[in-house]
Design a protein around this ligand. Structure first.
Ligand code: ATP
Length: 517
């Protein structure tokens, strides 16, 4: 399936099966804002639990908090967001479409990189096992030429970003002959900076002094509480503070479903360490976070590290975990070594000491911070992209049929078990309801009696429900049910008493957590 088709299908499927709806849809929607439906909310909660438990429960030195969205406006001056949380924007004069200038250049670079990848793919096919990639890269003329192009553009681009040189960014766009994907023209406006923070007013008096912001990241709520948590929890360095919560960014371009939203959720963890030890912890968190992603059991080739070309002025190391979304490899999570920048800034702006007394070293210092920051909605999209499958099934009569199945890891699946009476009579619904009433305390169950059993199985496949049980006349006689497996579609007859054990065992979050510990 073409990757663009996959995104379209995921969007349609999410709506049809109650995962994600456009916000305020009856009023034609609100751009880049989405609502999670009945199954979306369950899946989201399960992702949060996987993240929270792996961070907070599995690490004795990490605790979780829940700070407010509104914060004192000086927080955002100290953090640098008021002055510099900008994206460079550019408009195409013909299509009147707005773009992020840096993204236009990055996409141009990705296209050249794709040409190199194609050459390598062809060579792998040609030379087979004897293929030597480094040697090929060093000697193939087309690869060399394209790599040189990338290096030249990247060097100019990084220098322009570092110097905040918007004229040069436009020059690069023009020199690379980047065209607007809508109009196909190179008729660009100048590049301007655009601050991404949403403003609102606190209280009833309209006054400049009352302007506050919707937080653009959850991290600052952790930084300003670091001493509260450290003292009240008697935390010793190294320790971490984790948080899940909403963040808001007035994104310039927001066209890729829940990949880039204006209201979204982040799962962030700040890990406080001794100065000088930060790079060791940075490497450790890189490995830990990749293991967390791989714990879900999807193709490991879909995840890769991408080092930042340009480090933020306060960072001394930064890497993204990229995932191969239907739109290509894109950032899913960021891991940053932020030095003591944030705490020192808050110390300066608030006048309050942010120092930690290290009893082992017998000295005071402002800790350094390693941050892991992942978008919950992007994580959700990565799971749907991995899980969505259109499967062709061979039937007994030789004909073929198609089913859509969401192969969501059972531990994260919104519904774990569907309980289906074969017919709406003969006491079968009563028996099925009785089973539901026993199991609903253990796992999220669903009861369905409408439509044929085949259609009901398909519907559960489309939601990603790992198990269905069918209650039939035999159930009334010997208390057994048919258990159907979503992935294999195999059915087995088992005693009702065994259902709980099987479903709990296969869908428990403990399975995932054991893999990542
Ligand atoms: P991008 O370069 O894609 O704009 P970023 O580098 O600004 O992302 P960070 O500030 O590092 O992102 O935020 C941490 C994480 O929050 C990202 O890795 C991403 O998963 C998520 N995130 C950031 N912006 C958005 C958004 N507009 N919609 C959904 N998730 C987002």
């Amino acid at each position: 399936m073409a990757q663009e088709d996959l995104l379209k299908k995921i969007i349609a499927h999410s709506k049809e099966y109650g995962f994600i709806f456009q916000s305020s849809e009856i009023y034609d929607g609100l751009s880049a804002v989405y609502d999670y439906g009945q199954y979306g909310a369950e899946l989201k909660n399960n992702i949060k639990k996987y993240w929270w438990d792996s961070m907070v429960r599995l690490h004795e030195n990490i605790v979780g908090i829940d700070s407010a969205i509104f914060m004192h406006p000086t927080v955002w001056k100290a953090s640098g967001h008021v002055g510099a949380f900008n994206d460079p924007l550019i408009d195409n004069k013909d299509s009147k479409k707005r773009y992020r200038a840096d993204v236009l250049i990055e996409e141009h670079l990705a296209k050249i990189e794709a040409k190199i990848d194609k050459e390598i793919e062809k060579a792998v096919e040609k030379f087979g096992a004897s293929f030597d990639e480094p040697q090929f890269r060093a000697t193939n003329q087309r690869v060399i030429a394209n790599q040189e192009k990338i290096d030249v553009i990247k060097k100019r681009f990084v220098a322009a970003l570092e110097a905040d040189n918007l004229v040069e960014i436009k020059n690069i766009i023009e020199d690379c002959e980047i065209v607007c994907p809508i109009s196909g023209s190179k008729n660009w406006t100048d590049v301007r900076q655009f601050n991404l923070m949403f403003e609102t007013k606190l209280g009833s008096v309209t006054d400049e002094a009352n302007i506050i912001y919707l937080r653009p990241e959850t991290a600052q709520g952790i930084f300003v509480n670091y001493l509260n948590v450290q003292k009240s929890g008697r935390m010793k360095i190294p320790f971490g503070i984790a948080q899940i919560g909403k963040a808001f960014r007035n994104e310039i371009v927001a066209r890729q479903f829940i990949f880039r939203m204006r209201e979204f959720e982040q799962m962030e963890m700040q890990f406080f360490v001794r100065p000088g030890e930060e790079l060791k912890w940075f490497e450790l968190w890189k490995a830990t976070r990749l293991k967390w992603h791989n714990g879900l059991g999807f193709d490991p080739k879909k995840y890769r590290f991408h080092n930042h070309d340009k480090l933020a002025h306060y960072a001394n190391a930064a890497v993204d975990i990229e995932f191969e979304f239907p739109m290509g490899f894109k950032e899913l999570e960021g891991i940053h070594s932020r030095t003591d920048f944030d705490l020192s800034q808050h110390q300066k702006f608030s006048g309050k000491k942010m120092q930690y007394f290290d009893p082992e070293l017998n000295e005071n210092y402002v800790p350094f911070v390693i941050e892991t920051s992942i978008g919950l909605d992007r994580m959700f999209l990565s799971i749907l992209s991995n899980a969505y499958d259109e499967e062709t099934i061979k039937q007994e009569d030789g004909k073929t049929d198609q089913r859509i199945v969401l192969r969501i890891p059972p531990e994260l699946a919104p519904v774990k078990l569907a309980i289906l009476p074969l017919m709406k009579k003969d006491g079968l619904p009563e028996k099925a309801t009785q089973i539901l009433d026993e199991l609903k305390y253990e796992v999220n169950c669903i009861y369905e009696e409408k439509d044929s059993i085949g259609k009901r199985y398909r519907r559960q496949d489309a939601i990603g429900t790992p198990y269905c049980i069918t209650v039939d006349h035999e159930t009334l006689e010997n208390n057994t049910v048919t258990l159907r497996n979503r992935d294999t579609m195999e059915q087995e007859r088992i005693p009702v008493e065994k259902v709980k054990q099987i479903v709990v065992e296969k869908t428990s979050m403990t399975n995932l957590l054991k893999k990542v510990n």
